[in-house]
Design a protein around this ligand. Structure first.
Ligand code: BTN
Length: 254
């Protein structure tokens, strides 16, 4: 990739024209010792995976379907924060390349005009006290038209092209994502989450809003107050209690 500006990220590349999902390929590469910052990219995924066992539509040649193997020296408890770091990196890259500002819906959905343009899936290879690898799955809707999406998601999905009217060079955007991902990973490992928390907050469209957090066994409705230094979302319910949400689907209500 002629646009690559990084020291480590994106220097080992596994490319596929079509594959079920880049995630299992990256898992295998990580297990066989692939270095920090190795990536798997493809033109099309036939069984793209989203969070919470959902399907991720990955149309041929229209988006960025990529998994990045990252090996930060962090305990597994810090992995949720890392997801937020990745969301900031992709937001910054989209801003740089397409001149459009995406907002982050906690934890790591990127929305433009309220519709989803990017999803991030974080999977771990870890034991009790050490992360061996984070497999960061990044899906960016880049050059789709609305009819490229399945009908049932046409009202909630968008692409950079749909918003800006311009076709984006995917290789350039990949390089920029890796650029920010490397910088923010290094910043995070050296200085912790605090400097990145401020950045994440500045892009958030969740904080200060009334939200519904949908979890497997319960739902919590209330005001999204903020995120903790662990990346946990704090929600104040109408009875005044503050709840910490580790993982959920969020509906923004106002
Ligand atoms: C979500 O919002 O639910 C997360 C979507 C993550 C999609 C990416 S595309 C590249 C990588 N491979 C997959 O199968 N999923 C992730």
């Amino acid at each position: 990739n002629q646009y690559l500006t990084t020291k480590r990220f994106g220097h080992t590349i596994h490319y596929e024209v079509s594959c079920p999902s880049t995630q299992p390929i990256a898992h295998q590469m990580a297990q066989s010792g692939a270095p920090d910052g190795s990536i798997v990219v493809c033109e099309e995924q036939t069984a793209g995976k989203g969070r919470m066992a959902r399907v991720w539509t990955s149309t041929q040649g229209k988006g960025i379907w990529m998994s990045v193997i990252i090996r930060p020296e962090i305990p597994p408890t810090k992995a949720p924060q890392f997801t937020l770091v990745a969301a900031v990196a992709v937001t910054r890259a989209i801003e740089d390349i397409a001149d459009v500002r995406a907002e982050i819906k906690w934890p790591n959905d990127l929305l433009i005009n309220g519709k989803k343009c990017t999803g991030i899936l974080t999977e771990l290879q870890a034991d009790m006290d050490r992360v061996h690898a984070i497999i960061l799955g990044i899906g960016v809707n880049v050059n789709q038209q609305v009819t490229d999406f399945p009908e049932e998601i046409q009202s909630i999905a968008t692409s950079i092209q749909m918003v800006t009217g311009k076709t984006v060079d995917r290789a350039e955007l990949v390089a920029r994502i890796l650029h920010h991902l490397e910088i923010y990973t290094d910043l995070y490992v050296m200085h912790g989450f605090e400097p990145l928390k401020i950045l994440w907050e500045s892009y958030s469209c969740t904080l200060g809003k009334r939200i519904k957090a949908i979890m497997i066994h319960q739902q919590i409705e209330g005001l999204a107050l903020g995120i903790t230094s662990e990346g946990i979302l704090q929600v104040k319910t109408d009875d005044g209690q503050i709840h910490g949400i580790y993982s959920a689907d969020i509906e923004i209500q106002n």
